[in-house]
Design a protein around this ligand. Structure first.
Ligand SMILES: C[S@@+](CC[C@H](N)C(=O)[O-])C[C@H]1O[C@@H](n2cnc3c(N)ncnc32)[C@H](O)[C@@H]1O
Length: 280
């Protein structure tokens, strides 16, 4: 070790004690003010306050292992060799690049699933802007990606119960814009399908899907329906992934996936994120 570095680590004892006290004081301040009282500064911005509180609750459960299903990284479950680097393709402006850090974990985990599994056929419920669709396609260069959303135009009628957040997503104004994959190198490998996932005919996809991503309506009824359809479609050894597991808002993903795990399925949540996945 160079002399200067050794000297930098050797502060006089009194200075070290002061540094310990300062660090402990900051930790105490963070505990007393960090998550609760400090958030009151957001009272004038109720939307942000709710977002902050929900993310804090999500993070608390994720950090304390109280989510009800085991946690694992994609490369552990899919047995990717520890020493092989994995190159991902991520797009600016996509859903992962937001102040909510867990969304970045989700995006990375979704791209890892596509990259490591090497799927030929992917099915997604919930196209929206096409951001996850395009990420799946770019990270699985041999795959055709089928992506299902409600028909464009009118307020879509759906067969099962939805949450208020689902209703906000399925407004025509939200679904009205062009998907981001149009005009990209992946467009020719993406097939946009329209229909309600509770009424759609999945029989052409039975047993021949390698990776299925469930991100349509988030009510318990829809998550159960969409998972049962995914189980019909995914071949043995393929993977089903869900978005929004463990989030603190109105959302049936957590309840349904905990039930699936209690029934004997091995479902994992990615550490620090809300993507859950299961090998079939
Ligand atoms: C959260 S967004 C999907 C986000 C997208 N997967 C992404 O990450 O970029 C949910 C989408 O599911 C669609 N959706 C809601 N209910 C549906 C249903 N019953 N059948 C098919 N799609 C549905 C909504 O119209 C909306 O576009």
């Amino acid at each position: 070790m160079p002399d200067s570095a050794a000297a930098a680590g050797a502060a006089p004892p009194a200075t070290r004690v002061a540094e310990w006290l300062r660090t402990a004081g900051i930790a105490l301040r963070n505990v007393l003010l960090g998550g609760n009282a400090a958030a009151l500064s957001l009272l004038a911005r109720p939307g942000k306050l709710v977002e902050y509180a929900s993310e804090s609750l999500f993070l608390l459960k994720a950090m304390t292992g109280r989510r009800g299903i085991p946690e694992a990284n994609v490369f552990e479950v899919l047995d990717a060799p520890a020493t092989s680097p994995v190159q991902l393709r991520l797009l600016r402006g996509s859903f992962g690049f937001q102040p909510t850090a867990s969304l970045m974990s989700d995006l990375v985990a979704l791209c890892l699933l596509a990259r490591i599994l090497g799927p030929r056929r992917i099915f997604e419920i919930g196209t929206a802007t096409g951001s996850s669709t395009l990420h799946l396609a770019l990270n699985a260069p041999d795959a055709t990606v089928f992506t299902l959303d409600l028909p464009p135009g009118d307020f879509a009628r759906v067969a099962l119960r939805t949450t208020l957040m689902d209703d906000a997503h399925i407004r025509p104004s939200v679904r009205g814009h062009q998907p981001v994959f149009l005009g990209t190198e992946a467009e020719s490998r993406i097939v946009a399908l329209h229909g309600d996932s509770a009424a759609f005919d999945f029989s052409p996809y039975h047993g021949n899907i390698d990776l299925f991503f469930v991100d349509g309506a988030h009510s318990y009824e829809y998550v159960r329906n969409d998972t049962e359809r995914a189980l019909d479609c995914v071949r043995p050894g393929g993977v089903i992934a869900w978005h929004d597991f463990g989030r603190a808002g109105v959302n049936g993903v957590s309840r349904y996936l905990r039930e699936l795990a209690a029934a004997g399925r091995t479902v994992y949540a990615v550490p620090g994120g809300s993507l859950a996945f299961m090998r079939v």
